[in-house]
Design a protein around this ligand. Structure first.
Ligand code: NIG
Ligand code: FE
Length: 400
């Protein structure tokens, strides 16, 4: 299939177009099955079996949402309301969701993941990472990962989310690094620890990460979300793919990230939904760190599934430029997941494509809160239509 008359194409490949976003004007894109086959100007586009007229609108790689907690039951709207009346966010809220998650059936948990992935896809996200962490027993963590592995691209074992009720912290760390890890490792690529005051300290984090690495998993860390601490330093030391949150950073943390391959994944929806100060994206970018944006979709600290929302907040309140934020939500997320096949639209890449109902990617930040996803293809397959500003009804209506 050829998508023609793309007003502005974001390729994220500087060899294909202008600037870090690799922008091409008046572009065309050829999809062949699950892959991108060709990128270039519409005037040079080869013939294809099927043609789609983008009518001058913008096309981007699908978003890569590299941080989510989707396997859960219930919700915590009251906790959110209490925060908005002045209560601080506390890691302990996780235990409420753990109780409800343990009581849910497999079908209920699977339906929840599907509902959220569907919400995400409808807003342009085509790669999803999902963690366990609301089971916190061997069986409940294994179940969460089994379900996640069926539904999303990237799966992370987060037995070390919080110490559950009824077990001593040291015994729980032994379980997470022992029997639980053994049960969970076959379903996951990554291991994560909530390294934070009130969750897991440096020694506990080390014990769990060491065991995870021995089991063949690669670290990514919840780091420096609620205060200063050892998380970012450990992430860099363990060559983690990503240090997530990065809200409270010392100069040494920033320098460590800048001198490493560890991506700083910022989650603006969390600060929005917890009324915390935003992470300093400019400081990280100017120091030379690689920055990704993700939703952290979860029922506690941030219940958004919307990458466009995160982009808008990152631009408005974290002083990222629209170009930086869009790169961070696509190519940055791919780097945080060590993927080269997504977050980019170049020959050979996965055919994960979003069409906006707008002429430029800048509208993602310029028109906050307005649905702008006109069409999404995941692995070359069109996602069920979503109404969007300027989409002229989508679906058959815009097909030539
Ligand atoms: O990324 N920080 C730890 N975990 C989640 C919150 C989970 C919850 O509150 O239920 C986070 O913010
Ligand atoms: Fe998280």
């Amino acid at each position: 299939m050829v998508i023609r008359n793309i007003g502005e194409l974001v390729t994220n490949d500087p060899a294909l177009g202008h600037g870090p976003l690799g922008l091409v004007r008046d572009a065309a894109l050829v999809l062949d099955g699950e892959r991108v086959a060709w990128v270039g100007p519409t005037s040079d586009a080869p013939a294809a079996d099927e043609a789609f007229d983008a009518k001058g609108r913008a096309v981007l790689p699908g978003f890569v949402d590299s941080h989510g907690h989707l396997v859960f039951a219930g919700e915590r709207a009251e906790e959110f309301a209490a925060r908005m009346s002045g209560e601080p966010y506390k890691a302990g809220g996780i235990r409420t969701t753990v109780e409800e998650t343990r009581a849910a059936t497999d079908d209920q948990l699977r339906a929840n993941v599907r509902r959220l992935v569907d919400e995400m896809t409808g807003q342009g996200t085509t790669t999803v990472e999902c963690k366990s962490g609301y089971g916190l027993t061997v069986e409940d963590e294994r179940r969460a990962l089994r379900i996640a592995a069926d539904e999303v691209d990237e799966v992370t074992y987060l037995g070390a989310h919080v110490v559950p009720q009824g077990i001593e912290p040291d015994d729980y760390v032994k379980l997470v690094a022992g029997e639980m890890l053994e049960a969970c490792a076959p379903y996951a690529r990554w291991i994560d620890v909530f390294c934070e005051h009130g969750a897991f300290d440096e020694d506990q984090t080390r014990e769990i990460l060491d065991a995870g690495v021995r089991a063949g998993l690669t670290p990514r860390l919840h780091a420096n979300q609620l205060g200063h601490g050892p998380g970012v330093r450990l992430a860099v030391e363990y060559q983690a793919a990503s240090a997530d949150h990065c809200t409270f950073l010392t100069d040494a943390d920033v320098a460590a990230l800048a001198g490493s391959q560890t991506v700083a994944t910022l989650l603006p929806g969390v600060e929005f939904s917890t009324r915390q100060p935003y992470p300093d994206a400019r400081r990280l970018i100017e120091a030379g760190a690689t920055v990704a944006l993700a939703t952290d979709c979860n029922p506690g600290s941030c219940y958004t599934s919307s990458m466009p929302f995160c982009i808008a907040v990152a631009v408005r309140d974290m002083r990222m430029t629209p170009a930086e934020a869009v790169w961070a939500a696509t190519a940055g997320g791919a780097k945080a997941l060590r993927r080269t096949d997504v977050g980019v639209l170049a020959p050979g890449a996965r055919a994960d494509v979003q069409l906006l109902g707008a002429p430029s990617y800048i509208h993602l930040a310029y028109r906050p809160g307005v649905p702008q996803t006109a069409a999404v293809w995941k692995r070359g397959v069109r996602h069920p239509d979503r109404r969007a500003a300027g989409s002229e009804g989508g679906g058959a209506g815009v097909r030539e």
